[in-house]
Structures are given as structure tokens and as C-alpha cells.
Design a protein around this ligand. Structure first.
Ligand code: NAG
Ligand code: NAG
Ligand code: NAG
Ligand code: NAG
Ligand code: NAG
Ligand code: ZN
Length: 351
């Protein structure tokens, strides 16, 4: 089969790999119909994982049909249509220092491939209804695998309630779907903060108020519109956040959130902070305003039924963020384009 793999910094390749086989009675093999490139794939792309001799398979957002199942799989059948969430659920997610098992290792393989082995299939896979509308909703369902679930859940992290005002830092795919989720959930106003105009245009198209931090301080811009601050703010950027000069400035989003969030408000963080970075923010401000803050990895399964139903009923259509659907051989070019912010979301579709 063909599969996307990292072979160095800013370098992906499409390689031949053996089709995975069942290794355990709880496994399923899924034939993938669509797989997305994620912003978190770009962290590995920048880090330069893999080499030409040891390519590292990549990808963790996919949808497809079950090709085969192990003897112990009970709730699923060959032919079922399923979303493959980004994390593997072994039945008891570990929220300690250990992160859940995820794709992208040579052992488990990546989801940007024609087939993937899914361990603990009963607990992991999200079934999707199959009928006349299934094909046209494929890209919407696909996004439940990670970013729609992440954009939805970061609002929970911030303690969101209908009627709130929300500042979403980052208008990448997750930030856009956080703003979109806020609209679906009855936000009164949502601000979308970024420095890439095309992303802000997309945010505006769904009813968010765009704030470009290139022109002036985003905190001042938001406080000019909301003198006592917004009730919730969410970080959809993480450790690679940049300032107005385009330089990485660790912690800038957290500091901005402390400034724009009102008393008794809440902060949610899904942007990635891996590598034990120390950063500074005002604890006095956090304590003084009596803020709350939740963060961490989102488990798509938590809201899967709700999100699948929203899509199935036509109330949600998160695929508005998809800018290109491509064949797998085009992956190297589209990693470049996505990294350069020329694409908002890229999906590899398999015939
Ligand atoms: C990717 O790696 C291959 C093999 O080392 C090399 O030939 C090619 O020039 C690299 N491409 C980029 C864009 O770095
Ligand atoms: C294999 O399946 C058994 C249950 O049948 C489970 O306890 C075990 O953790 C699984 N191991 C892997 C590596 O999937
Ligand atoms: C598709 O199937 C689901 C149940 O499997 C059903 O709820 C839904 O209404 C169906 N949609 C269409 C358009 O037939
Ligand atoms: C904002 O500034 C950064 C760095 O100077 C630049 O890369 C980016 O294109 C700018 N964006 C806009 C919309 O001006
Ligand atoms: C943000 O908060 C810090 C710490 O309280 C304060 O020093 C700074 O002036 C504030 N920035 C704005 C733009 O309000
Ligand atoms: Zn992802």
C-alpha cells in the first residue's frame, strides 16, 4: 500500500509499505477512504522525525471501512463505516504523565495510508451511519476524528455556557472549529485572533469577529470592544505561537488570555505544550480575577455521538474548513502548502 512518511525536516515522502495485518484478537484493519493532514503533524514535520533509511509513518485523522476484525471484536463488523479517532482507547485512558497511544510510530503505522491497524477496536472506533447521505458527509464525519472534537471540547475546558463571549486564539483548523462550535452552542460573540488574513476571512465567513494582531495589540483590540473582557478564552495555538513580528514567543497566548478574560471567566488550552517548557504569566492576575483553566488532550470519543448526530441531521458541517482534497501522491507538495498557510485543511482521499 501507499503511505505518507516523514524522512527528515520539512520532508515527507510517499512510500510502499506492507498492508497491516491483525496482530491481536481485539484489532481491526480499516481500509481508509479519507485521511486529513493535521496541524500537529506539522510539529513532527518541523522537528524532522524519520530519515530516508527509517521513514516514520504519519497521520492520525481518518475514516474508512472495516476490512477485517479479530475474534474478540464484538460491537463491529466487516464493512462497517467508522471514524478512526486520533487516540487509541485501551479501555482505560491514562491521564497521568503517560499520553494515550497514538498513530505515527513504525509499530502502529500512520493514518495517511490506504490501510491501518486499529488496536482495541471496540473501544476505539466511532461508527458512522451508512446511507444515501454518507458519501457527501464523509469530510464532515472525518473531522470528528480530532479537530471538530477538539474545537468543541476546548469550550468545555473554558466552562462555556450559551450567551458567553469567547476569544479564540488561533484561526487554524482547530481554532476555526472552536469558533464554529461556539456559534453552534449559542455564543453571543466570538472573536477570532490570528495574523493570517485568509484564516481570518474564513472565521469572518462563519460569523466570528476577526482580530489581526499584525496591526495592533490583540488585547487592546478586544478590550476596546469588550471593556470588561470576554467570559471565555481558548488557546488553539500552543508552544509555537508567534508575536506581531512573526517570532515565536512562548506563553504569549496565555498572557493575552489572562488580559482579555473577565472576572470569574474561564480559559481552555488545547494548543500543544510538549517538552516541559517553562513560561511566565501573571499568577496575581489569574488569582485576582478568580479564573479557571483546563487543558490537555481531547478524547474525540467523549462527544462522538453528539457530533456525529449534529452532522447527520445537517445542523453541523465542519468541512467548510477543507481547502483541498488531494490524492496521496500529492502529499509532499500539500504538506509544504499547509505549512506555509496556503491551505486551511488538506484531506487525502482514496479512490
Ligand atoms: C528529502 O530527502 C531526500 C532524501 O534524503 C532528498 O533527496 C530531498 O532533497 C529532500 N527534500 C527536501 C525538500 O528536503
Ligand atoms: C491484545 O488483546 C488483549 C485482549 O484480547 C489485550 O488484553 C491486550 O492488551 C492486547 N494487546 C495489544 C498490544 O493490543
Ligand atoms: C441515515 O441513517 C441514520 C441511521 O443509521 C438515520 O438516522 C438518518 O436519518 C439517515 N439519513 C438519511 C438521509 O437517510
Ligand atoms: C503578519 O506578519 C508576519 C510576520 O511579519 C507575516 O509573515 C504575515 O504574512 C503577516 N500577515 C499579514 C496578514 O499581514
Ligand atoms: C496585560 O496584563 C499585564 C499583567 O497584569 C499588564 O502588565 C499589561 O499591561 C496588560 N496588557 C494590556 C494590553 O492590557
Ligand atoms: Zn490532529
Amino acid at each position: 500500500m501507499r503511505a505518507v512518511a516523514l524522512i527528515g525536516a520539512y520532508n515527507v515522502s510517499v512510500i510502499d509499505l506492507a498492508v497491516p495485518v491483525l496482530q491481536n484478537a481485539t484489532d481491526a484493519i480499516v481500509r481508509i477512504t479519507a485521511s486529513a493532514i493535521c496541524g500537529s503533524d506539522l510539529h513532527f514535520y518541523h522537528q524532522g522525525n524519520g530519515s530516508p533509511e527509517h521513514p516514520t509513518p504519519i497521520g492520525h485523522e481518518a475514516i474508512g471501512f472495516i476490512e477485517s476484525i479479530g475474534d474478540a471484536v464484538q460491537s463491529l463488523q466487516v464493512g462497517d463505516y467508522v471514524v478512526i479517532p486520533d487516540n487509541v482507547d485501551d479501555g482505560h485512558f491514562n491521564f497521568g504523565p503517560e499520553l494515550p497511544i497514538s498513530y505515527g510510530s513504525s509499530e502502529l503505522g500512520g493514518c495517511q495510508a490506504e490501510y491501518v491497524r486499529v488496536p482495541f477496536a471496540d473501544d476505539t472506533l466511532i461508527p458512522v451511519p451508512v446511507n444515501s447521505s454518507t458519501d457527501e458527509l464523509m469530510l464532515d464525519y472525518l473531522l470528528v476524528s480530532d479537530i471538530f472534537a477538539t474545537g468543541w471540547t476546548v469550550l468545555d475546558f473554558a466552562g462555556f455556557e450559551p450567551g458567553d463571549t469567547v476569544a479564540v486564539f488561533g484561526a487554524g483548523p482547530v481554532g476555526l472549529l472552536a469558533a464554529y462550535s461556539a456559534m453552534l452552542r449559542g455564543v453571543s460573540k466570538v472573536y477570532s485572533i490570528d495574523h493570517v488574513q485568509s484564516r481570518l476571512d474564513l472565521a469572518k465567513s462563519i460569523g466570528a469577529i476577526p482580530i489581526n494582531f499584525n496591526s495592533s495589540d490583540p488585547v487592546e483590540q478586544i478590550l476596546a470592544a469588550e471593556p470588561s473582557g470576554v467570559t471565555r478564552s481558548v488557546d488553539c495555538v500552543g508552544y509555537e505561537a508567534v508575536n506581531a513580528q512573526g517570532e515565536v514567543e512562548l506563553g504569549i497566548v496565555l498572557r493575552n488570555m489572562m488580559n482579555v478574560t473577565s472576572r470569574y471567566g474561564g480559559i481552555g488550552v488545547v494548543g500543544v505544550y510538549l517538552g516541559n517548557e517553562q513560561l511566565s504569566m501573571s499568577m496575581t492576575q489569574f488569582w485576582g480575577k478568580a479564573l479557571r483553566m483546563d487543558s490537555g488532550i481531547v478524547l474525540p470519543l467523549q462527544h462522538a455521538t453528539e457530533l456525529v448526530q449534529l452532522i447527520q441531521s445537517g445542523r453541523a458541517s465542519p468541512s467548510f474548513i477543507v481547502s483541498s482534497t488531494i490524492g496521496i501522491e500529492e502529499a509532499p507538495e500539500y504538506y509544504r502548502r499547509f505549512d506555509q498557510h496556503l491551505e486551511s485543511k488538506v484531506v487525502i482521499v482514496f479512490p
